[in-house]
Design a protein around this ligand. Structure first.
Ligand code: URA
Length: 188
């Protein structure tokens, strides 16, 4: 299966109740040939309206953050753990996350990134370790099979809590160094 076929399968998904309330399924955006992948939590209102991940306030803040290390969406791929917006922006239920995980696994298998960056605690707990502590472990890299993974504070959390921004600036510098080590072609 290629990425377009997977996207088409997802677009008609009714595996959980979010299939009934979404306006658009938010599959992913950016460059699927990139070795760098970001994984967020769940689409919000703007994402649901447009079908594109990270286009609301948090997304604009993420764009500004990544601009600091010369990354734009032509250089990475971005998607979410859960591909449909829960009503009233509630947190996705465990069964909704479970229903969606296989799509993300297939996305990763097709794209085969070298670096995966989790955005926020929920993504890190799903992808790195169920007891991941983002306040202690953000910015640290772990090897997982073919790829290396880290987590950054979620951009929405950084909007709410500006005091974490200096830490994230250091984590971004760490990501830039990791790109230069593992996939320097991104910066050419
Ligand atoms: N927050 C997320 O985690 N993902 C989005 O797509 C938008 C906001």
């Amino acid at each position: 299966m290629n990425l377009n076929e997977l996207n088409r399968t997802c677009q008609s998904c009714q595996k959980c109740s979010l299939g009934k309330t979404r306006r658009n399924l938010v599959f992913g955006d950016g460059n699927p040939a990139s070795p760098l992948m970001f994984v967020g939590e769940v689409p919000g209102q703007q994402e649901d309206a447009t079908g594109i991940p990270f286009v609301g306030k948090a997304g604009q803040f993420l764009d500004d953050m990544l601009d600091l290390i010369d990354l734009d969406r032509s250089k990475y791929y971005i998607c979410n753990i859960v591909k449909c917006r829960p009503p009233e922006n509630r947190d996705p239920l465990p069964e909704e996350q479970d229903a969606c995980m296989e799509y993300l696994r297939t996305q990763v298998r097709i794209i085969r990134p070298k670096l995966i960056v989790c955005l926020g605690r929920i993504a890190a707990m799903r992808l790195i370790r169920s007891d991941y502590k983002i306040s202690r472990e953000h910015g640290q890299w772990v090897q997982r099979g073919q790829f290396q993974m880290t987590a950054l504070y979620h951009p929405a959390a950084l909007l709410r809590n500006p005091r974490s921004r200096p830490d994230t600036f250091l984590d971004l510098k760490g990501l830039q160094a990791k790109i230069n080590e593992v996939c320097p072609e991104l910066y050419r």
